[in-house]
Design a protein around this ligand. Structure first.
Ligand code: CMC
Length: 441
């Protein structure tokens, strides 16, 4: 392969092949079509045949795998888990049922669901030695840092759950994770508050049990409010999967090296933490609080966003995939009004959020860039109304996203096409040059 200029031309006919011309030479590339008619040009043999690679920073045009888990049509605002619309699941299902659907591919029978719930309930406690880790973390440590670390440390406790190709071992590891992550998250909160850890109470349902571990203390009775529990369950369900997002891709990437499941999930937790990903729910509330404190009605803030002053963004707006609306945001906006009313909570942050949304949706800057509210725009306001401290928001997203990560990891491990994830690069550094001894520099 020479170093000269290349001229690329890609033509995609009605046939099952695309024609790529580089510097006068032609290459045929297979075309892959998904069940919803998305089209991909398969370039997996391009470097071998043509000696070139493709470049796609941020992977906006790159399919890393075929997947049968979640379908998103960002132009039409569609999200489906295993074909089932998110709106139907939000109305009729529960988080654990949706988790089963994502991981197993079908809605469970009553018997399957009952057995699954039993297994999850059975594994909710953590080893007593796990609790000792918390003492080593500063009280002001971010709960996402603690959660990621403790999830990773689970691999030290379960040497019997390391063989990624052993389905039975992995089933136990998966149940352990889904059962224990709420306990781990709740303990990160208790540690930050200096309060005793509360044992899980296995007569409670999944979300209610989590709320109990978060908010109960040994000093007094704690009744889980059913409205709060149902809302928490809905929030978990709406976050349960979102196909090849940053954290799911991280889980797949780490897992592709056949690292154990706990390590791969721990990496997913850390990827989720970033403010451009799961950390946005915390960033939204902090942004609304700043606007409130400054006495602005939102207009000055939006001017700053549009002028891109100091990289200011309207947090909770915009999405790599949704260029119309995010269906999860629509469900959460409605839930936000309902829950606040039923709990008798009023917050000026909701007024500011509604005002910002109204102005932004009519503004050319946001219209031209197809920026709409995403899942994080209203979720933080709900969580605050439920009494969840702001720095815990992303840990709740973690609990919700866990079944999605697991579904992707399992799909990846069983995919016969799976290879270690190892992207290429175009090197732009110095050409070969001699080593210069220290005294000559
Ligand atoms: N506020 C202001 N401008 C924005 C925003 C925003 N929230 N989002 C994108 N833009 C602008 C951006 O400046 C760029 O403008 P220009 O074309 O003039 O350079 C254009 O829109 C395209 O943005 P991008 O950064 O290339 O888009 P992306 O697909 O790489 O980023 C995103 C997607 C979600 C990271 C981004 O929209 C963003 O930063 N949003 C705010 C953070 C947020 O709410 N994240 C949660 C995402 S949903 C849950 C999750 O994934 O975890």
């Amino acid at each position: 392969m020479g170093r000269g200029l290349y001229y690329f031309a890609l033509a995609m006919g009605e046939s099952k092949k695309a024609q790529l011309t580089i510097d006068g030479s032609s290459y045929e590339l297979p075309i892959i079509r998904g069940t919803e008619n998305e089209v991909a040009v398969d370039i997996s043999r391009l470097r071998n045949t043509a000696g070139v690679i493709t470049m796609d920073p941020g992977y906006g045009n790159t399919g890393s795998c075929s997947s049968a888990i979640t379908f998103i049509d960002g132009e039409r605002g569609i999200l489906r888990y295993r074909g089932v619309p998110i709106e139907d699941l939000a109305e009729h299902s529960t988080f654990l049922e949706a988790a089963w659907l994502l991981m197993e591919g079908e809605l469970p029978t009553q018997e399957e669901l009952d057995t699954f719930k039993d297994h999850i309930t059975y594994h909710t406690m953590v080893h007593e030695d796990v609790k000792r880790f918390y003492a080593g973390f500063p009280h002001n440590a971010h709960p996402m840092a603690v959660t990621g670390a403790v999830v990773g440390a689970l691999s030290t406790f379960y040497p019997d759950s390391m063989q990624v190709t052993n389905d039975r071992e992995m089933e136990i590891a998966i149940h352990r994770l889904i059962a224990k992550v709420p306990t781990i998250v709740a303990y990160s909160y208790k540690h930050s508050m200096g309060q005793p850890f509360m044992s899980p109470l296995n007569k409670l349902r999944y979300a209610a049990n989590f709320l109990h571990m978060m908010f109960a203390t040994p000093a007094e009775e704690y009744e889980v409010d059913p409205v709060v529990a149902r809302t928490m369950d809905l929030i978990f369900l709406l976050h349960a999967d979102h196909e090849q997002n940053c954290s799911a891709s991280t889980v797949r990437m780490v897992g592709s090296s056949q690292a154990n499941l706990f390590s791969a999930i721990s990496a997913g937790v850390h990827a989720l933490w970033g403010p451009l990903h799961g950390g946005a729910n915390q960033a939204v509330v902090e942004m609304l609080e700043q606007i409130l404190a400054s006495g602005d009605d939102g207009k000055q803030f939006l001017d700053k966003v549009k002028n891109k002053r100091a990289g200011t963004r309207l947090m909770g707006f915009g999405h790599r995939v949704y260029k119309n609306f995010d269906p999860r945001a629509t469900i959460l906006k409605r839930a936000c009004f309902e829950v606040l009313e039923r709990l008798g909570v009023s917050t000026p942050l909701l007024d500011i959020a509604v005002q910002l949304e109204e102005i932004a949706l009519r503004d050319d800057y946001f219209i031209a860039r197809k920026l709409y509210p995403n899942v994080d725009f209203y979720s933080g306001i709900i969580l605050q109304a439920l009494g969840v401290p702001v720095n815990m928001f992303t840990t709740l997203f973690t609990i919700g996203r866990l079944p999605g990560w697991i579904a992707h990891w399992t799909e990846m491990i069983h995919d016969p096409q799976n290879r270690i994830a190892r992207p290429r690069q175009i090197y732009t550094g110095a050409r070969e040059r001699p080593y210069v001894p220290m005294e000559q520099r």
